[in-house]
Write a protein that binds this ligand. Structure first.
Ligand code: GLY
Length: 376
C-alpha cells in the first residue's frame, strides 16, 4: 500500500489509474501540486493539521464538541464519536436520527448505525433496529464484544437487550403526527385523509416548511482523529422518511456510510443512501485520499463519481443533474478535514481541541440548489 501524503510540500505523483476521471485526477494530483508550486496555503484543509479534531454533518455541532472533549479525556476516537452522536440520537427535535426520528411507512421507527475503529479496522453495525434510541452504542458493542460486524432487525434488538439496553417506543407525538399527515396526503384513491386540523398542526407545518413534500433523509456522520493520529467514526440515522419497512440505506454499511483506515483517514456520508451505496462512497473518499487527494478534493471526486453513476431519469432534473443531495465528510490522520455536497449552501460541523465548535461551508459540485430540493 502506498503511504499517505499529507504535506503540501510533498505533492503526490499524478495518479496512474486510467479509470480516474478528469475531476478525480485533479483531486489526487494537480490541485495539490499547483498549491505546492505556488507555495500557497491550502484553504480547503479546514483541520489545519492540528488534532484532536472531529467533523460531522450540520446537525452535529454539539456532537463534535463532545467528541473532542472525550478524546481529550482519553477515549479512543471511535468511542468518542459514538458518545458525541448520542446527543443527537437522544434529541427528539432531530427527526432524522434516534429518538424522535421519523418512522417507516408503517409508523415504526427503524434505525441504522455503524462505527469503525481506525487502528484495528474493526467495525460494528446495526440495521432496521427497533426500540433502542442509541443504535451507534449498540453497533459499538457489536464491534467490541463479538467477532461479527452487522446485526439486523430482531437479532440486533435481542443483542441490545442482552447487554441491558432499555427498549422503548421511539415514536414521539410530533413524529406520529407528521407520519399521519404523510399517510393522509399520499393518495386520493386510498382510505386515508389528511384532516385540516392535522395539516394546520404546528409540528406538521414545521415539517412541510423544512422538508417539503418530497421524502428526504437525514443522518449524522461523525469522524474523529486524536493527537496520536488515531481515527474513528460513526454514522447513525432513522433513514429515509416513511421508507419501506426493512429498507436499509448507506449509514450502517461499512465502506458506504463510513470508512476508516488508520493509514489514511476517515470518511462518511449523509443524504440519499442508495446513491452512496452504489459507489461505496466513504471507501472511495479514503482511497482518493490514499492516492494523495486533500479531504476536500476527495469528497468532490467521490461526488463526481456518484453523479456520473446517476443515470436513471427519475433521479435527474431537467438539466440532467441529480434531483437529490449527498454530502461527504472526510478527515485525515494529520487532522485535515473538509466536506462537500452535490449542491451549494450546505454546512458541516467542525471542532478541534481548544476551539469552539463551528459550522463551515461545504464545497460543492453545483451552485445554489433548486427550490424543490429537499433538505437532507
Ligand atoms: N443516508 C441515510 C439513508 O439514506 O438512510
Amino acid at each position: 500500500m502506498r503511504a499517505m501524503t499529507t504535506s503540501s510540500n510533498h505533492p503526490p505523483a499524478p495518479p496512474s489509474d486510467p479509470g480516474l476521471t478528469r475531476r478525480e485526477a485533479i483531486a489526487v494530483g494537480t490541485v495539490a501540486a499547483a498549491a505546492a508550486v505556488a507555495g500557497a496555503a491550502e484553504p480547503d484543509r479546514a483541520g489545519g493539521g492540528r488534532a484532536p479534531l472531529a467533523v460531522a454533518s450540520e446537525n452535529g455541532l454539539a456532537a463534535v464538541a463532545r467528541a473532542v472533549q472525550r478524546m481529550e479525556a482519553g477515549l479512543a476516537p471511535v468511542e468518542a464519536a459514538v458518545e458525541g452522536v448520542a446527543l443527537v440520537e437522544a434529541d427528539p427535535e432531530d427527526v432524522t436520527v434516534g429518538y424522535g426520528g421519523l418512522p417507516n411507512s408503517d409508523g415504526v421507527v427503524q434505525l441504522d448505525a455503524c462505527c469503525m475503529d481506525g487502528p484495528t479496522m474493526r467495525a460494528g453495525a446495526v440495521a432496521a433496529l427497533e426500540g433502542f434510541r442509541h443504535p451507534a452504542r449498540v453497533a459499538y458493542e457489536i464491534m467490541r464484544r463479538t467477532t461479527r460486524v452487522l446485526l439486523v432487525g430482531e437479532g440486533a434488538a435481542r443483542f441490545a437487550t442482552s447487554l441491558g439496553f432499555e427498549a422503548e417506543n421511539l415514536l414521539t407525538e410530533r413524529a406520529r403526527k407528521i407520519w399521519l399527515y404523510w399517510r393522509g396526503q399520499m393518495s386520493a384513491i386510498d382510505d386515508w385523509m389528511a384532516t385540516p386540523d392535522l395539516i394546520e398542526d404546528p409540528d406538521v407545518q414545521w415539517f412541510i416548511h423544512e422538508h417539503g413534500a418530497i421524502a428526504p433523509q437525514g443522518t449524522i456522520n461523525l469522524c474523529a482523529v486524536n493527537a496520536a493520529g488515531e481515527l474513528g467514526g460513526t454514522t447513525t440515522t432513522s433513514g429515509l422518511f416513511f421508507k419501506i419497512p426493512g429498507r436499509v440505506g448507506d449509514s450502517p454499511l461499512i465502506g458506504a456510510g463510513l470508512f476508516v483506515d488508520n493509514e489514511v483517514g476517515a470518511a462518511g456520508s449523509t443524504g440519499r443512501g442508495e446513491s452512496v451505496i452504489q459507489i461505496a462512497g466513504a471507501h472511495t473518499i479514503v482511497e482518493l485520499m490514499r492516492a494523495g487527494a486533500s479531504p476536500r478534493d476527495a469528497c468532490l471526486g467521490a461526488l463526481d463519481r456518484l453523479v456520473r453513476a446517476t443515470r436513471v431519469p427519475y433521479l435527474l432534473d431537467a438539466d440532467g443533474r441529480p434531483n437529490f443531495d449527498v454530502k461527504f465528510y472526510a478527515v485525515t490522520k494529520a487532522g485535515e478535514a473538509a466536506a462537500a455536497a452535490i449542491w451549494a449552501g450546505a454546512k458541516y460541523a467542525l471542532c478541534r481541541a481548544g476551539e469552539e465548535a463551528r459550522l463551515m461551508d461545504c464545497a460543492s459540485l453545483y451552485p445554489a440548489p433548486p427550490p424543490w430540493l429537499p433538505r437532507t
